[in-house]
Write a protein that binds this ligand. Structure first.
Ligand code: BYC
Length: 340
């Protein structure tokens, strides 16, 4: 345990000159000690500027991904094949909205506002996960998204439950619980299709073919071209590298694909006993970077829809702001009445 007085260096008084320098060193040492001791950094704690910026970058991108991620599946709510399927899909899409809210709230503790983050997204200046820039032409895509995309999300996010920044790690715990339900519902959609007619089995296989490679890209560029990984791992935000997580994901998929009866669309995929890792074909990295640059199949549609939803929601924000203003006015006048 770190003694609580280790944190006392980050007070509101701003000393000048050499004293300030000394205090910065002391604050940095406290921060380093907390990270080394696997303690959580909380919003009240001093933290290096670069740590704060990295967290804002990652958490806001993550929040945007959840919100944009509602679109490919939202596309199928009205066309789900039964009332039960519709209710399940609607619940899942609502969960993604909830994840976005936890994450925006976690990012707000770092000094950025929700409005600023939203503006960055609708201006096209913010990144969000590459995976949501692909289309969902058939019902089987709902199965493939649940199984592969939520599966990748679980592999990536379970270690984030131990992220060094408290509000992020805590948000992740609930997100991960919900993601495991999401993955199971996707798996079950695919399993049902695979037990159906030849056309249904083909539809499931085609969807797996469409989503397999983009889901591997979700983990980010290879380790040797991942500029943020080393520092994020040193700060214990990330616990595993992009390639390590990709390997874990494939280990999870291979036995599940066998149960489903689908083929993972990589003829080179095999366990390499010498290297103790999965050998796989080269991922199409030029495609990944095209999507990141805004030139994926659905980038512009996703942003257009997000902008339209933001405009359509203007009256809700105005009504909520007016309601909050009136509530404040009322409590002030009650307070004034009590004082008089
Ligand atoms: N897509 O140095 P790197 C979900 C960017 S939500 C787009 O390795 P880092 C779900 C990266 O941001 C899924 N951009 O970065 C929702 C960086 O750019 P900047 C979202 C990507 O941060 C609804 C640059 O490439 N999950 O699952 O160390 C329904 C260099 O990369 C991507 C999260 O956000 C990508 N795939 O590692 C269903 C999880 N990959 O910012 C499901 C939290 C990389 O320097 N985030 N980039 O301009 C993370 O774990 C990490 O941020 C990443 C990237 C592993 C994604």
């Amino acid at each position: 345990m770190i003694a609580p007085d280790l944190r006392s260096v980050g007070g509101p008084v701003e000393p000048q000159g050499p004293v300030a320098l000394e205090r910065d060193d002391e604050a940095q040492a406290t921060f380093d000690a907390l990270i080394a001791a696997e303690q959580r950094i909380e919003p009240r704690d001093w933290m290096p500027d670069a740590y704060r910026k990295t967290l804002i970058r990652q958490i806001s991108q993550h929040a945007h991904s959840e919100i944009i991620g509602m679109q490919p599946e939202g596309n199928w709510i009205t066309r789900a094949p039964s009332l039960k399927r519709k209710a399940i899909l609607m619940a899942k899409v609502q969960d993604e909205a909830g994840h976005g809210l936890y994450l925006y709230s976690a990012a707000q503790t770092l000094g950025i506002t929700r409005d600023e983050m939203t503006q960055q997204l609708i201006d096209g200046k913010a990144k969000y996960s590459s995976i949501f820039n692909y289309p969902t032409p058939t019902w089987a895509d709902m199965g493939a998204i649940g199984w592969l995309v939520d599966g990748a999300a679980i592999c990536n996010q379970v270690p984030l439950c131990r992220a060094s920044y408290g509000p992020y790690g805590r948000a992740m715990v609930r997100v991960c619980k919900e993601e495991s339900f999401h993955q199971r519902q996707g798996f079950e959609i695919l399993l049902t299709l695979m037990q159906g007619t030849p056309a249904q089995r083909q539809m499931a296989q085609d969807a797996v073919n469409r989503w397999y490679w983009p889901s591997l890209m979700m983990f980010g560029p290879p380790d040797d071209s991942s500029p943020n990984s080393a520092q994020s791992m040193a700060w214990k935000i990330k616990r595993f590298s992009n390639d390590e997580l990709r390997q874990r994901f494939v280990s999870m998929l291979v036995p599940q694909a066998e149960i489903l009866g689908v083929t993972l669309p990589d003829p080179e995929l095999r366990w390499d006993d010498d290297a103790q890792e999965w050998h796989m074909s080269e991922i199409d990295w030029p495609e990944f970077f095209e999507v990141l640059a805004g030139r994926g199949p659905m980038n512009s549609v996703r942003l257009q829809n997000r902008r339209a939803a933001h405009d359509d929601g203007a009256w809700v924000r105005e009504a909520a702001a007016e309601y909050a203003r009136k509530q404040e006015e009322r409590s002030l006048s009650l307070l004034n009445g009590a004082v008089a």
